[in-house]
Design a protein around this ligand. Sequence first.
Ligand SMILES: Nc1ncnc2c1ncn2[C@@H]1O[C@H](COP(=O)(O)OP(=O)(O)O)[C@@H](O)[C@H]1O
Ligand SMILES: [Mg+2]
Length: 372
Amino acid sequence: MAGLPDRGRTILGEPGLGKSSLVRRIAAEAEGEGDWVTPQVRVPAGSDPFKLVATALLDLAHAAGLASRREKRIAELFGRVQAIAATGISVTLRDTSGPEPHTVLTELLIEIGRAAVDQRVVCLVHIDEIQNITDEKALSQLLIALGDALSHQFIVSTPGGVPMERSLPIAVYLTGLPEFEDRAGARKGATFARRFKTTILEAIDQDDLVLALQEFVAPGWEIAGTQGAMASVHMTQAAVAELVDLCRGEPFLFQLAGQQAWNAGSENLITETQVRAGWRAAHREAAAHVERILGRLPKRERQLIQAMAELAPQERTLTRIAKKAGFEKTTDAGPTSQRLDTVRGIVQRGKPYRFRHRAIEAYLTSDWPNLE
Ligand SMILES: Nc1ncnc2c1ncn2[C@@H]1O[C@H](COP(=O)(O)OP(=O)(O)O)[C@@H](O)[C@H]1O
Ligand SMILES: [Mg+2]
């Protein structure tokens, strides 16, 4: 809003860590304040992201009132974006007569951004499941389109009459699995890194979850009761402690455990017994969730995690882990351990190594998620 340049945000992490929920929440809050927000653009595997993004931007443009402007330039721009929304990038790229698809999208974003400056709002673009953009050309064009709009600067005059260079009030959020980093980070290199800031989501701290649930302990969580009256749902402190212990900071498991605990009883008080009963009903799904995450990992990464889990926490040095995993030299394990740390956020390198993904650790080192 202040006109200073800002980078786009890429939020990556293993499935179930809350990436989509987090940005949906950010977008909903922005929308509540009157900002212009695209619907969450979810990219299905193998689809053409240009069609989806062009369609979402056309919606934004309508919200921005651009559609009702009479200028020929705007009408032409709309026509070109509509063509992309209809046919996607491949067809548009083959048509060598017009401008490249990425310049068309950037132009529209700039127009929307300038209208946002006038209206004193922010315009927010959220693209989810970005790891599904496997077409190199489409990905690079999309990142350029968004990046160019983010770094676009123009001159405005301040209330004091002094000209000032400003950027557009555009916020771009990309969310998806860590594999995206390999595609965008390594290949597109410096330009991508300069224009997008990557955050790897991690499990939530136990203390933060306890704090979040404190509202259920006191004063209670208000819900609409029978016949329009308000009622409160409560949790005992023991129930909170048990639930937080079981879910290991995983948002997906937290939601699963909470839902099942609620379903396990019929009163408005959730007890430790209900949390445990609920978890018993859900433990297979909890296990399947972690197995899915492990199953997605490349073989070397899985070997290294497995070896790490087999060692006692204080013995988890790279040398020992590498040896146990059957790597010939410690240095052979270097790139794999680095990936598990900086790209996936599953472990933290250090002396000793530790697990950041506590559900994976629990799954591999104890009889969790079984109770008793
Ligand atoms: N901060 C949070 N607190 C509680 N539950 C959450 C939170 N974030 C996400 N969830 C729950 O976790 C599950 C997975 O979240 P989601 O956003 O789909 O994860 P991702 O996109 O990373 O795979 C959803 O059921 C959601 O309700
Ligand atoms: Mg998601």
